[in-house]
Write a protein that binds this ligand. Structure first.
Ligand code: GLU
Length: 367
């Protein structure tokens, strides 16, 4: 009823283990049958799957859960192959081929890698192969990591210009309060906008097996809806959740997309967590908001955070409101030195110049 859609489906560890210690085969069978069904109905599915760390933990005989990063990386390296083996075996029952695509934060930051990943995913979909994405945990630490698969799934939704992001989890959706401690809490069926009130409902992390909780789901919803992709956070233990959602049934919480769908390059700019912020003066803020003009160092009052050239940063108006995001043409330490200066002074201050703009208008997305 909703037409053909490209959907990104995110499955967390708590869904894949169905509340047990191990990846739950019957649950995987149900999920893959659902994916096969929606594909047979003409939709495209891109899967973002956790579960590698858990699979590694099973394989190594359930060592004590000391969650250092090094230990997680070991478990993920052991478990990723096992996870894919399971997926491939079960998918075959439904005549589906699967592909493994491991991504990490750099693949979204670097335009060439981003475009390469997009081409590979497009090729998979074109050939009817189900791409299964996870973070490349074995190589990524610190700043290089996306860190959780909810956020990763939102980046993937951006990357693939998905029509819908479905996050299946061990909660029934977003509630007015934590249902584990507030029995009278009710489900919120639709969220029009991710406001501070919505953030306040997120509470802490959820289960101990996965990384996320409602917090990372709301973060994912914010990233995806801002670029024009609606998000559904729904329970993973309901039979046929994905086919039912794609058939238009209201399940869980739906976060509505705002604005129009952004062009691909602008999606890319929004496809990473901002590394820092710059606060503008009145005039510069006006130029950005009203004319979408480039941002010059002269209009910058303050620079927060450490970022490299080419990283996405938040652009903040004097009253504290975020008005845009953009790619910085200068390193944060350079920006601090040239803030308030006329562009023709840049070379004198730094000894070099990357051009008159701090953020060029082509690299700017107004919010
Ligand atoms: N990449 C991790 C895994 O496969 C999951 C990260 C997360 O739980 O969000 O186990």
């Amino acid at each position: 009823m909703l037409g053909r859609m490209r959907v990104v489906l995110k499955l967390g560890t708590s869904v894949l283990t169905a509340g047990t210690d191990r990846l739950h085969r019957p649950r995987l069978v149900d999920l893959l049958r659902g994916m096969a069904a929606v594909r047979a109905a003409g939709h495209e599915v891109v899967l973002v799957s956790s579960g590698a760390v858990n699979a590694g933990w099973e394989t190594l005989g359930f060592p004590p859960r000391d969650r250092t990063l090094a230990e997680k990386q070991l478990l993920a390296a052991v478990g990723q192959g096992r996870l894919m083996h399971l997926y491939a075996t079960i998918a075959e029952l439904y005549g589906l081929n699967v592909a493994q695509v491991l991504l990490t934060a750099d693949d979204f930051r670097d335009r060439t890698r981003y475009l390469n990943a997009r081409t590979t995913l497009d090729s998979c979909l074109l050939r009817g192969v189900l791409p299964i994405i996870n973070e490349n945990d074995a190589v990524a630490t610190g700043q290089l990591r996306v860190g959780d698969n909810d956020t990763l799934s939102a980046f993937v939704a951006n990357l693939t210009e998905a029509d819908l992001l479905v996050i299946l989890t061990d909660a029934a959706g977003l509630y007015t309060a934590d249902p584990r401690t507030h029995p009278d809490a009710t489900l919120i069926p639709v969220v029009e906008r991710v406001t501070p009130e919505i953030w306040a409902l997120a509470g802490g992390a959820g289960s101990h097996r996965g990384t996320g909780g409602m917090h990372t789901k709301i973060q994912a919803a914010e990233i995806a809806t801002r670029a024009g992709t609606p998000v559904v956070v729904a329970p993973g233990d309901v039979a046929d959740a994905l086919p039912r959602i794609l058939a238009g049934e209201s399940l869980g919480t739906r976060f509505l997309a705002h604005g129009t769908r952004l062009e691909a390059r602008k999606r890319w700019i929004l496809a990473e967590i901002a590394a820092g912020s710059i606060m503008l003066d009145e005039g510069a803020a006006k130029a950005v908001v009203e004319r979408g003009g480039s941002l010059l160092p002269a209009g910058i009052r303050q620079v927060e955070g450490e970022f490299e050239r080419g990283h996405t940063i938040r652009i903040i108006a004097p009253e504290g409101r975020e008005i845009a995001r953009g790619l910085s043409r200068y390193h944060s330490s350079d920006l601090r030195r040239i803030q308030g200066h006329h562009s023709r002074e840049i070379e004198g201050v730094l000894g070099y110049t990357f051009g008159p703009e701090a953020v060029h208008r082509d690299d700017l997305v107004r919010l």
